[in-house]
Design a protein around this ligand. Sequence first.
Ligand code: GLN
Length: 456
Amino acid sequence: MDEVTRGKLEAIRQGELSVVENVQRMLERIAKLNPKINAFIELNPDALAQAEAVERRLRRGEKVGKLAGLTVGVKSNINVLGLRATCASKTLEDYIATYDAEVIKRVRAAGGIIIGMTNMDEFACGSSGETSAFGATDNPAAPGHIPGGSSSGSAAAIAAGMCDLCLGSDTGGSIRNPASHCGVVGVKPTYGLVPRQGLIDLAMSLDQIGPFAPDVYGAALLLEVIAGFNPNECVMLDAKGVSYADELQTDLKGMRVGISPKFRELTDPKIMEVIDSAIKKLQDLGAEIVEVELPHLEKGLPAYYLIMSVEFFSATRKFDGRKYGKRIEDVCGDEVLRRILRGRHISRKEYRGKYYQRALQVRTIIREELMTALEKVDVIVGPTVPKLPHKMGEKISVSAMYAYDYLTIPANLAGICGGVVKAGEVDGIPVGLQVQGKVLGEEEVFRVLRSYEAVA
Ligand code: GLN
C-alpha cells in the first residue's frame, strides 16, 4: 500500500489514467460497495464535470496543483458548496452548504476532485460510527466490526478504496481512532495549523481538520495542501507552509522516541504486543527509545468530556429551529442530547468553579506534562485506541464508549499533533501505531510514520 498515492498521481500526470477515468472507477466502486459499507451519504453530481476541467488543464500543459486528479471524500461536518453538510444529523438533513470551507477551496485549487460527503457519528459525537442518522458504517478491514469514529465514513472509504484521499475532523480522536481500526493513515494536525472556517463545531478549542490516506505520502500531501495561515481566522498559528510529502525520510537515526508505561496500564495486552514489536522496529531503524512520564494521562478523559460538552452546548444554540428548520433537541440522537444536557447543566452559574474550571485546570496539567515530555524526545509513540473495536450492533455502555478515547484525547487537550499508521493486526483486526509530536512537529511525526510504513 505504501506507494499507492504517488503511483496514482504519476499515472495521471503521464496520461496513463485520465482524471475522468479515475473518478468513474471510484464512482463504480462506491456503487458496488457502499450499499454494504455505508461510507458515503451523498455524492457530488459535479464530480465528473470537475474531473473534465482538471483533465483539460493537464492535457494543455497548464499548471495543475499537487492533488491534480485525485478524488477526495469529505466528512459531512465540512461545508462544500451545493452539497449537504448534515453532520449526519436529522437537525441538518436539509441543509445545503452555501459556501466552501477554506480547506475545500484549497483542495479544489490543488486540483482535487470532491467526490462526496462521508458518514460520521452525529455531530462528531462518538467513537464507533454507529450514531449517524443515516445508519452505521461497516469496517472494510474487519467486516462486522465498527470502523471507529467519529470520522467513520472517511476512514472506511479509504480502507475500501472508494476514493484516493479523505478529510476528517479530530476533537478527541476522531481521525486517529477510525484510522487505527480501519488500518489506514490518519493525521490530527497541531491545533491552529489547518483553518477551521467552514467546519461545523463540536468543540472549537479542540477541533482540527486533517487528512486520511491509504499511505503516509497521501496524508502528507493532503496536509500540505490544507495547512497554513488563514487571515480570516483569529485562532490560527502563523505557520509557514511545509512540503511534508517531499521531506519524507525512511530512517530514524538521531531521533529520540518516547514511550510511556501509562500506555500499557490502559491498553489491552494483545494490542500492546503489536505496539511493542512496532517499537522494536523503530529501534532497528536507528531511533533511541526513551521512557517518559505521563502520570496524569488518564485524567484527560473526564476533563475532555466536561470541556467538550460545555463548548458543544454553546455551539448547538444556533440550531433552535429558526434558521435550520429543526430544533436540535427535538430530533437528535441520545448521545448528542446527553452532551447538550450535560453542557447546559455544568455551565450553570451556581456551578461556577466546580466542573468546567477544574477541567480547564486538568487540561493545563496534561498540556504541561506532554510539553515537558516532548522536551526530552522528538515524538511519543504508543497505541491509538486501548481496546479492539466491538462488533456492529453490540451494545456497550456509555463509559465503555468514552473509554476508547483515553489515548487520543491528550493530544487535543495539549494542542499537539498526532498521526496513525497501521502497526499490525490482532485476530485479523488492524491496530494503529500512534505517533504524537510537538506543536508544529508534523515533520517528525511523518518521518516516523513513513519509516515504519516502509518496513512494516
Ligand atoms: N470520541 C470522542 C467524542 O465522542 C471524540 C470525537 C471527535 O474527535 N470528534 O467526543
